[in-house]
Design a protein around this ligand. Structure first.
Ligand code: NAP
Length: 295
C-alpha cells in the first residue's frame, strides 16, 4: 500500500491454523500405528475462564484423533491450608503416574498463586510429562540431549518457522518473556539451531534497542500492543505468542501495524495458538509410541 507517498510493504502472514491442520492430519496416520488408545489427563485447579477454553480445545482435538482425554477438576476451599492443597494435588498426580491407562499428564497453567507451580509440576513422571516441564525434561533440553519431551509451544514455533523455509542458522533471535513454558525453553531450542539468542524480561533496560536488532523476534509477554512498529527491524520475522482478551476479542502482544515493517508475522488468533495444540497431541502420541516400543 502507498500512503502519503510512502510505500508500505506488508509482512507475509504465517498461517498457524493451516500448519496445525496439516500437522494433525499427519498425526492421524501416526495414531493409526498405535496399538492402544492413548489417554491424556489434564488437571485444572479453580475456575479460570481462559483455561476452560484452552482445555475444551484440547479435548476437541483429542476427540478428533481418537485419544481419550480425562479432565480432573480441583476446586479448593479458601480455608484449607496450602500444604493440604499441595498434598492433595501431589496425591492425584502420583495416582495418575501409576495408572497404566494414562499415557500423558498435564497441569493446566497458571495455577492459583498460593500453589508452588514448580513443586507440583515436578511430581509428574518425566515419562508422562507431556508439557516437558519437569526438571528432567528441562535439563535434557538445556543439554541438547535427545529423548526428552519438549514443551509444545516452543517446539511448534521452531517447526512453524522452518516449514516456511526461514533459515535459523546464525540469526539474531530476541525473545521477550522468560517463562518456563515459552521464553526459557524456546531460547534453548534456538541455541540448538545455532542462533544467537537474547532473552528480555521486565528488568531489561532499553528493550527497543534489543528488539530492533532481531532478525527473529518472539514476543511472549501477555500485554496487548506491547511491541510497536518502531521496535522492529524492517524485514524481521515476528512471532506473536500473546493471547489477550480485549473487549471480547482475542489479540496478541504485537501491534497490527508491525505488519508494515516486518517481513513475516504470525497472526493472533490463528498463529501460535492452534500450533501449540497440535504439538501437544504429537507429544501424547510420541509418549504412547515410546511406551509400546520400549524406547
Ligand atoms: P508469563 O509467565 O506471564 O511471563 C511473562 C513474561 O513477560 C515474563 O518473563 C515477564 O518478565 C515478561 N514481561 C512482563 N512485562 C514486561 C515488560 N514490560 N518488558 C519486558 N518483559 C516483560 O508468560 P507466559 O506464560 O510465557 O505467557 C505469555 C503470553 O503468551 C500470555 O499472553 C499467554 O496467554 C500466552 N501464551 C500463549 C500460548 C499459545 O499457545 N499461543 C502458550 C503459552 C502462553 P519477568 O520474568 O521479569 O516477570
Amino acid at each position: 500500500t502507498i500512503r502519503n507517498g510512502v510505500i508500505y510493504v506488508s509482512a507475509k502472514i504465517i498461517n498457524g491454523k493451516d500448519f496445525a491442520n496439516k500437522k494433525l492430519s499427519m498425526l492421524k496416520n501416526f495414531r493409526a500405528e498405535l496399538i492402544k488408545k492413548p489417554c491424556l489427563a489434564i488437571i485444572t485447579v479453580g475456575n479460570n475462564p481462559a483455561s476452560e477454553i484452552y482445555v475444551r480445545n484440547k479435548q476437541k482435538c483429542c476427540e478428533q484423533l481418537n485419544i481419550d482425554c480425562i479432565v480432573v477438576k480441583k476446586n479448593y476451599d479458601c480455608d484449607i491450608e496450602c500444604n493440604a492443597i499441595e498434598d492433595d494435588l501431589k496425591e492425584t498426580i502420583y495416582s495418575l503416574n501409576q495408572d497404566d491407562k494414562v499415557t500423558a499428564i498435564m497441569i493446566q497453567l497458571p495455577l492459583p498463586t498460593y500453589i508452588n507451580e514448580d513443586r507440583i509440576l515436578d511430581c509428574i513422571s518425566p515419562l508422562k510429562d507431556v508439557d516437558g516441564l519437569t526438571d528432567v525434561n528441562m535439563g535434557k533440553l538445556a543439554k541438547f540431549e535427545s529423548g526428552g519431551i519438549r514443551p509444545c509451544t516452543p517446539k511448534g514455533i521452531i517447526d512453524l518457522l522452518q516449514c516456511d523455509d526461514i533459515d535459523l542458522t546464525g540469526k539474531e533471535v530476541v525473545i521477550v518473556g522468560r517463562s518456563n513454558i515459552v521464553g526459557k525453553p524456546l531460547a534453548m531450542m534456538f541455541l540448538a539451531e545455532d542462533c544467537t539468542v537474547t532473552v528480555c524480561h521486565s528488568y531489561t533496560t532499553n528493550l527497543a534497542q534489543h528488539t530492533r536488532n532481531a532478525d527473529i523476534l518472539v514476543v511472549a509477554v501477555g500485554k496487548p500492543k506491547f511491541i510497536t512498529k518502531d521496535m522492529v527491524k524492517p524485514g524481521a520475522v515476528v512471532v506473536d505468542v500473546g493471547i489477550n482478551r480485549v473487549d471480547d476479542k482475542i489479540v496478541g502482544d504485537v501491534s497490527p501495524d508491525v505488519a508494515e515493517v516486518a517481513g513475516y508475522m504470525t497472526p493472533v488468533p490463528g498463529g501460535v495458538g492452534p500450533v501449540t495444540v497440535a504439538y501437544l497431541i504429537e507429544n501424547v502420541l510420541d509418549i504412547e509410541f515410546n511406551k509400546e516400543n520400549d524406547l
